[in-house]
Design a protein around this ligand. Structure first.
Ligand code: MV4
Length: 663
């Protein structure tokens, strides 16, 4: 076994790998970019070296610089984590050339699986079913159209070098094919420098089920059962679970054996994932499944496999890389209980899931135990920056059954609080409360089908939330601050009232609080409530609203309140007349950049009439494209915007005049 390894990554996965290394008595070397100098992965490592500026291209992707650090520090092997250099065949071979073990597959396996057409034909040769279609080298438009018509519609055009849905187009009928092909090729060319495509029959109702495989260097291969990753948004996984719900033992066996056969056929080594698409048009029982792609790395969602098998996948990776045999045979690999993982992102589901940046001025969650694990690279006080993936943490739960695991996830999400950046936490909570998800009625269309329902509910601020924010506002928030001695008219034994205004998402909420001898009278939305404070400890409040107990947490930063109550997160701003901009109260027509980026497309012109929700422009930021929509109906006043322009965070992009009040 190695004495020292280098981890060529950052964030939660770097930390995760270091935990296993520590457990095995292996010393760890971290590398970091300038902005990560104080990051958790640097603090956890035994040694750490700066490798360049924030941009990944200049730091975490600098293969030779990282290999030099490994040499200098005496690391015998490099773990690439996921992303960055993990599926870069040149890096894998450069490591071996420098006599450093790459903790992952061989460069040739990475290359073979990196191109979808080659991967598909290698799998066909191994007797693995692949999605019917065309994956040949001939790429003439007329020829591809002929093939497309043979395959039939709907069909998918996929970039052979693709991944993450880039260069993928759904074609519903023959007349759309040529145009879709051109646009897929354009996107593939710019993203991968390779515009070759393949064609596949589109499976309308599908489950994405992937099998974790492991192989050693002496020809043994096993499967560690499957994960269901059907819940994706724009090909980003959101929720993963293991095992796949309702999968029969026969089909589990068949998927596992097929995946193992595939791994053996390509002489794979280490951890890998075979992705299958399962056609569930006629249900899951005996459903046909097809090879889709193979991921030649440890995946983000590996913890759910760890929780149902009790196997530490990073430990297995280290052992295989060090030349050991697989620790278990297939018969010894058990499947116990059920696990879920959710990816907690700094993003705003209400505004098209735009990534958010900022400081986490609060981050709390339940104590980890056998039912709950949290993997993160960020701690309270750390920054989510524009430079890297906006994932804050992975919440992972285990239960003896799917039902028990669902309950644990609801409990965990309810008791997790983040302030400073908006997150998808409540969106995740809504998924775990969704009837169809609870009965495992899931397929790859789930998020599209229920997306509005899952985000719409985020928009309504409830009365308990407003009451909690009001109480927090009225509580003394600095020590020695005497609630009975305020200069604005509060006096003991007087039924005095105070008006408060909170705003959220351009909506205004007026609240009148009257001090009573016993508690408060709180008037909101023409209703009156009697409220008493049961307990307040730090940010945590326990109150009675008309006799009903409500608990919640309120994090205050200046006049901004993040309220957590019953699995709901609300972002309120205490509006002080005169101190804030005058737009509040009506829906603002001001469209402001949520983050720095580049205007990749502009859909509107000055003077154009737009409807609320209409797409105005595309912003390219954090490696993704985001649609910026009109916050209200009105006439566009473009403020010297043009395509490809760089914009900074908080910049006023355009204004929509005659914006109707809609508070
Ligand atoms: C498919 C498919 C249906 N038919 N291919 C490929 C990349 C991965 N991110 C999604 N992929 C899919 N490929 C064929 N021939 C369905 C998916 C798919 C999916 C599609 C739309 C929305 C969500 C999805 C979730 C998982 C898989």
């Amino acid at each position: 076994m190695f004495d020292k390894i280098l981890i060529a990554n950052r964030g939660e996965i770097a930390c995760r790998i270091m935990e296993t290394a520590r457990k095995k008595g292996i010393k760890t070397v971290a590398v970091y970019s300038k902005v990560d100098a104080g990051a958790r992965h640097v603090r956890l490592a035994d040694e750490a070296y700066e490798i360049g500026p924030a941009e990944a291209k200049e730091s975490y992707l600098k293969a030779q610089v990282i290999i030099d650090v490994a040499k200098k520090s005496g690391a015998e092997a490099i773990h690439p984590g996921y992303g960055f250099l993990s599926e870069n065949e040149q890096f894998a071979s450069a490591c071996e050339d420098a006599d450093i073990r790459f903790i992952g597959p061989t460069a040739s396996a990475i290359r073979l699986m990196g191109l979808k057409d080659q991967a598909k034909s290698a799998m066909e040769k191994a007797g693995v079913a692949v999605v019917p279609g065309y994956d040949g080298a001939k790429q003439q438009v007329a020829f591809l159209l002929e093939k497309a018509n043979e395959i039939g519609y709907p069909l998918l055009i996929k970039a052979v070098a693709g991944g993450g849905g880039k260069g993928m187009r759904l074609v519903e009928e023959s007349s759309d094919f040529v145009q879709a092909l051109a646009s897929a090729k354009r996107e593939a060319k710019s993203a991968f420098g390779n515009d070759q495509v393949l064609l596949e029959k589109y499976i309308r109702k599908a489950r994405h089920i992937e099998v974790q495989v492991f192989a050693d260097m002496v020809g043994n291969a096993v499967y560690l059962h499957e994960r269901d990753c059907s819940l994706q948004r724009r090909h980003q996984k959101i929720v993963e679970e293991a095992p796949a719900p309702d999968l029969s033992d026969d089909m589990r066996y068949e998927l596992g054996e097929t995946a193992t056969r595939a791994a053996k056929a390509i002489k794979y080594r280490g951890a890998g994932t075979i992705e299958f698409i399962v056609d569930v048009e006629n249900g899951l029982k005996d459903a046909p499944f097809y090879f889709m792609e193979m991921n030649t790395r440890l995946q983000v969602e590996h913890p759910v496999t760890e929780l149902i098998t009790g196997i530490d996948l990073v430990e297995w990776q280290l052992r295989v890389a060090a030349g050991e045999r697989l620790p278990l045979t297939q018969d010894d690999i058990k499947l116990n209980g059920h696990a879920f993982e959710v990816r907690l992102y700094a993003e705003d589901p209400v505004s098209g899931f735009l990534p958010q940046i900022g400081r986490l001025n609060h981050f709390s969650y339940p104590d980890p135990d056998i039912n709950f694990r949290l993997d993160t690279g960020i701690e309270e006080g750390d920054e989510v920056s524009i430079h890297y993936d906006p994932m804050i943490a992975k919440l992972i739960v285990w239960g003896a059954s799917r039902g028990e695991a669902l309950r644990h996830m609801r409990r965990v999400i309810k008791n997790t609080a983040i302030a400073g950046v908006k997150t998808n936490l409540e969106f995740l909570f809504n998924i775990f409360n969704h009837q169809s998800f609870n009965v495992a009625d899931i397929d790859t269309g789930f998020i599209d089908k229920y997306g509005d329902e899952l985000t719409d509910r985020l928009r309504q601020v409830s009365v308990p939330v407003l009451v909690l924010a009001s109480l927090c506002e009225l509580m003394p928030h600095t020590e020695g601050y005497d609630v009975w001695d305020w200069s604005d008219g509060w006096q003991l034994n007087m039924n005095l009232s105070m008006n408060l205004t909170f705003t959220e998402n351009g909506h205004k909420h007026d609240i009148k609080v009257t001090y009573l001898k016993e508690g408060f009278k709180i008037e909101v939305r023409d209703q009156s409530y009697h409220v008493t404070l049961l307990k307040q400890k730090g940010d945590d409040f326990s109150i009675l609203i008309d006799g009903k107990k409500v608990s919640g947490k309120v994090i205050r930063k200046h006049e901004d309140f993040t309220v957590f109550c019953d699995g709901k997160v609300s972002y309120l701003h205490h509006f002080i007349p005169g101190a804030d901009n005058d737009n509040v109260g009506s829906k603002s027509g001001r469209v402001i950049t949520p983050m720095p980026g580049k205007i990749s497309k502009l859909f509107v012109e000055s003077g154009e009439n737009v409807e609320e929700g209409q797409a105005l422009l595309m912003l390219e930021a954090m490696k993704m494209e985001h649609t910026i929509k009109a916050p209200c109906s009105g006439v566009v006043e473009l403020l010297s915007l043009e395509q490809d322009m760089q914009v900074s965070d908080g910049q006023l992009l355009l204004n929509i005049a005659e914006c109707e009040a809609n508070g």
